[in-house]
Design a protein. Structure first.
Length: 635
């Protein structure tokens, strides 16, 4: 039990030092004392960042659902595992106990098996934030199938790309979803997607909104009647430590999304251990993370991390603005939430509304606040601290990525003194490095550079599905022997880290990772468009918004510009989803390019950000004359 729950700063430093000096012994002790295994490992860690190849808990066997469900049945059978808060106020919240969740997962696992799903098969889950989503995820894990959850805000094209990339056999979806006062036709989106997915033989449909939908004979089935008939026990499939648990897609700097592959044992150990410490979770707490399970935050810190600790985890189906901007605070009061974990973009959006929306509610149950997904600006940090935490709940600014599986840099609340905008110190076992322009590690403090991690941690993604070369090229080739995060960061005088943002072609909009390449590809497919370039610019709610510079073909020149803008955004919505829409579109005669033909995004970023005093030397460009024209007409 020794180091599982860190309680003061001295202990953090001591445990940290130990974890770095003796990583194998350290993680072995955590794994041994806090999880159930079907077979013990032969070796804790084998790694080679050049290959790259990483193995944790070699040859161990387990099933993560036995750790998240079965082992709690003796002591927590009636404790709430999932507390579901529906979108609609007329519907009551549901308290799903550990024994009920276990039963539902077993039934679902039987339905998957009966419909041909075997260990290693890929199952796509495209569901709103309803309990069936968590149940489907866990049921896949129980039968050994690899789940690929696709966020239910993605378009049919984005969905079919993800289904085909990993050859999913099955899709689990719902007739529709509630979002504020709207409903969304999810099944319709799936139907369109599946026109391009010949491998999908089975679609299971949750009845969520009671709408009339098309059911394709021989392919589509309503889920509930199958569950009603299913057996209530299911022996968990025995998994190897390094068997894939799930695939989750994230944007990259080329058009194709990257299917990050996470494996069973290391992911379980690390997400559970970080959850316990970074939220200082105690048995009676009611923990709420507002993310969607379609993102890594939901996988690690709504489902697996909390359930592995026997926690009560809240799932909220709705949006922060419905029925009004007090909804989050209402839920905190109603369920006496103790830990609240959200995104800076949500904080900024809510901070713009009247304080009365907050003041109406009793938030005194809160003990820990968290943020994730993008840098939090100082103003939003103070608003959160003053108005939500009432200056008594520490804010954990947690830095991590889809690829890292769990939180890597974060304060531990009540342990690490916090500083606004700083993610502070590396978590136990994490060895960050800041690299200078020459590719050398800077070992001193008060430096800024590119953020790498120089030693493996248990929950790191092991590969990109079907493309190990891309995994190596993206993460392990920039700095030899190190994992490159794609972020810039600074380290201050006391060794605290502050993430400064992406240094590659990924833009974070409202906490969502968007690659510029797929959006540009989508714009360029418009018949009137010759070429385009996307950059981010500062936005007071979204953090960054997208600015598109578009060159029209001659045939497009005569077209109405406003209509063209609408069509371009429509195209992006269809191909990627509404989250990737452009806030500003400027039609330009050319794009600034280097002599080798590379678009100078640095210049475009400055123009978009209205920071044109210091453009640097543009005389070496292929076409310096376009810069003035673009500046003159900037939006
Ligand atoms: O740029 C960093 C930013 O989000 C990126 C990872 O995005 P994604 O894979 O979608 O995962 C988001 C949820 C873990 C990072 O490369 N980011 C994430 N957390 C922070 C952050 N930037 C600054 N501060 C954070 N706390």
């Amino acid at each position: 039990m020794s180091n599982y729950h860190i309680k003061h700063l001295e202990e953090y430093f001591q445990v940290y030092r130990n974890s770095v000096r003796n990583p194998e012994e350290f993680w072995e002790e955590i794994a041994e004392e806090h999880f159930v295994w079907r077979r013990r490992w032969d070796k804790v860690l084998k790694w080679d960042f050049d290959a790259p190849e990483v193995t944790w808990f070699q040859n161990a066997q387990l099933n993560i659902t036995e750790n998240c469900l079965d082992r709690h049945l003796d002591t927590r059978a009636n404790k709430t595992a999932i507390l579901f808060e529906p979108n609609n106020l007329e519907e009551a919240a549901q308290h799903i106990s550990y024994s009920e969740l276990h039963l539902r997962v077993c039934k679902m696992a039987n339905v998957l098996r009966a419909n041909g799903i075997q260990k290693g098969d890929r199952v796509c889950i495209y569901l709103p934030m309803i309990p069936e989503l968590a149940v489907a995820v866990l049921a896949c894990a129980r039968v050994g199938a690899i789940h690929s959850v696709v966020f239910a805000g993605f378009s049919s094209i984005a969905l079919s790309t993800r289904i085909n990339d990993c050859d999913c056999k099955m899709v689990i979806t719902s007739d529709g979803s509630y979002r504020g006062n709207k409903t969304i036709d999810l099944k319709g989106i799936v139907d369109v997607a599946l026109e391009d997915c010949s491998e999908v033989s089975s679609v299971l449909v949750v009845n969520r909104i009671g709408s009339t939908i098309q059911m394709k004979e021989g392919r589509d089935q309503w889920l509930q009647p199958l569950l009603d008939k299913a057996k209530s026990t299911f022996t968990a499939e025995i998994m190897d430590a390094e068997d894939p648990l799930f695939i989750l897609y994230t944007s990259g700097s080329t058009g194709k999304p990257k299917g990050m592959v996470h494996t069973c044992a290391g992911y379980m150990v690390y997400t559970a251990y970080t959850f316990k410490n970074i939220f200082q979770y105690r048995e009676q707490d009611v923990y709420w993370c507002t993310a969607d399970i379609g993102w890594i935050t939901g996988h690690s810190y709504i489902v697996y991390g909390p359930l592995a600790n026997g926690a009560t985890t809240v799932m909220f189906e709705g949006v922060p603005s419905y029925p009004d901007y007090g909804r989050f605070w209402d839920i905190i009061e109603k369920h006496k939430i103790t830990q609240f974990y959200t995104a800076p973009t949500a904080i900024r959006a809510l901070a713009k509304e009247k304080l009365e929306f907050v003041e109406k509610y009793d938030l005194s149950s809160l003990k820990v606040l968290g943020t994730v997904g993008e840098p939090i600006n100082e103003e939003a940090w103070h608003w959160y601290n003053n108005n939500i935490g009432k200056r008594k709940s520490p804010i954990v600014d947690t830095w991590w990525q889809t690829e890292t599986g769990g939180i890597l840099i974060s304060p531990i609340p009540y342990v690490t003194p916090t500083t606004p905008t700083y993610a502070t110190l590396p978590f136990i076992g994490i060895q960050p490095a800041l690299m200078d322009e020459n590719g050398e590690e800077m070992r001193e403090n008060q430096v800024e550079g590119r953020l790498c991690i120089k030693f493996p941690w248990p929950s790191m993604a092991r590969t990109i599905w079907g493309n190990h070369d891309r995994y190596r090229d993206t993460y392990f080739s920039a700095y030899k022997g190190k994992y490159f995060t794609g972020d810039g960061a600074l380290r201050d005088a006391v060794g605290y880290y502050r993430i400064t943002g992406r240094v590659d072609d990924v833009i974070i909009v409202s906490g969502h990772n968007l690659g510029t390449a797929p959006i540009e590809d989508s714009i360029n497919e418009h018949p009137a468009v010759a070429e385009s370039a996307i950059v981010g610019f500062p936005h007071d709610v979204k953090g960054n918004a997208l600015y598109g510079f578009v060159i029209l073909k001659e045939t497009g020149e005569g077209r109405d510009r406003e209509n063209l803008k609408k069509e371009i955004n429509q195209q992006i919505t269809e191909q990627i989803g509404p989250i990737a829409k452009l806030d500003k579109i400027q039609f330009v005669p050319g794009l600034p390019k280097t002599r080798s033909g590379k678009i100078m995004r640095r210049i475009l970023r400055k123009i978009a950000g209205k920071d044109t005093k210091n453009l640097g030397d543009i005389s070496t460009l292929l076409n310096p004359e376009v810069v003035q024209d673009i500046m003159d007409k900037a939006l």
